[in-house]
Write a protein that binds this ligand. Structure first.
Ligand SMILES: NC(=O)c1ccc[n+]([C@@H]2O[C@H](COP(=O)([O-])OP(=O)(O)OC[C@H]3O[C@@H](n4cnc5c(N)ncnc54)[C@H](O)[C@@H]3O)[C@@H](O)[C@H]2O)c1
Length: 251
């Protein structure tokens, strides 16, 4: 029996990339998975169901309270409860790295709104269902950029710093509700949309060399940490951020 049998997991930004890989793994472990994204989720849902798993797709913009409310309603109607939330959606691969002197206010606001306020909006909407169930696991996907501040991604880095901060605050506020909130900070990961993204070429070689484990990182490298943080193994862990980066950053 899978470690998530009978659980329902919502994951945002799961139409492609890291989110899609995580969604498939949670389904393999027996979870009913709600695949939420602004992009078409049909491929991720089809892959899960073809493999014998359980999933529904939801068209959700994480900055829209209406979309989120409809998703929570559909989830409870379809699966009865909501046990796991993975806040993975973000503006990332869509970015072209550029100096902060060239980032205008609109672009800054958009990145902060989706990447940070989106986590606030999603978590706020999902936690009441977790409280009704009497338990919950929330994992926020942050980024190792917060620790070393790479050039070209200042707005993104700031937004992921906010995600780490929110993780700490939510962990404290939900500690006595049996809801654990943690984050994963991935290193540069060769996700679907990053492959062939020339904007990240200057970072690729130096990043691999800066790791203790000198190889490219793949979305699958995140799955062990995800499973730890959404199963009872982590029941006494909250407000933490787990670096999964091949040993680049030592805290
Ligand atoms: N790939 C990396 O190197 C890396 C490193 C550190 C952290 N991360 C983080 O991992 C997560 C996944 O990254 P990825 O590499 O798969 O990138 P990606 O850009 O391919 O995935 C992001 C997903 O979020 C979705 N999304 C964007 N805006 C949305 C919105 N408003 N509402 C709902 N969905 C929205 C996109 O459609 C996409 O499916 C992101 O949070 C990213 O910041 C990635």
């Amino acid at each position: 029996m899978g470690r998530l049998q009978g659980k329902t997991a919502v994951i945002t930004g799961a139409a492609r990339g890291i989110g899609a890989v995580m969604a498939k793994r949670m389904a393999e472990e027996g979870a009913n998975v709600v695949v939420a994204d602004v992009l078409d989720t049909a491929d991720t849902v089809a892959e899960i169901t073809k493999a014998g798993g359980s999933a529904i797709g939801q068209n959700v913009d994480v900055t829209s309270d209406d979309d989120i409310a409809a998703m929570v309603e559909a989830t409870e109607k379809e699966f009865g409860a909501l046990d796991v939330l993975v806040n993975n959606a973000s503006i990332f691969a869509a970015l072209q790295p550029k100096p902060f002197l060239q980032i205008d206010n609109d672009e800054f606001d958009k990145v902060m709104t989706v990447n940070a306020r989106g986590v606030h909006q999603m978590t706020k909407a999902v936690v009441p269902a977790m409280m009704r169930a009497g338990h919950g696991k929330i994992v926020n996907i942050a980024s190792g950029t917060f620790y070393y501040g790479p050039p070209g991604l200042s707005h993104y880095t700031a937004s992921k710093g906010a995600v780490i901060a929110l993780t700490r605050c939510y962990g404290r506020e939900l500690g006595d509700k049996n809801i654990q909130v943690n984050a994963i900070a991935p290193g540069l990961t060769e996700s679907e949309a990053l492959q062939g993204h020339t904007g990240f070429d200057p970072a690729r070689g130096p990043t691999v060399q800066s790791r203790s484990i000198k190889r490219e990182m793949l979305p699958e490298d995140l799955l062990g940490s995800l499973m730890y943080l959404i199963t009872p193994d982590s029941n006494f862990v909250t407000g933490q951020t787990l670096n999964v980066d091949g040993g680049k950053v030592n805290l």
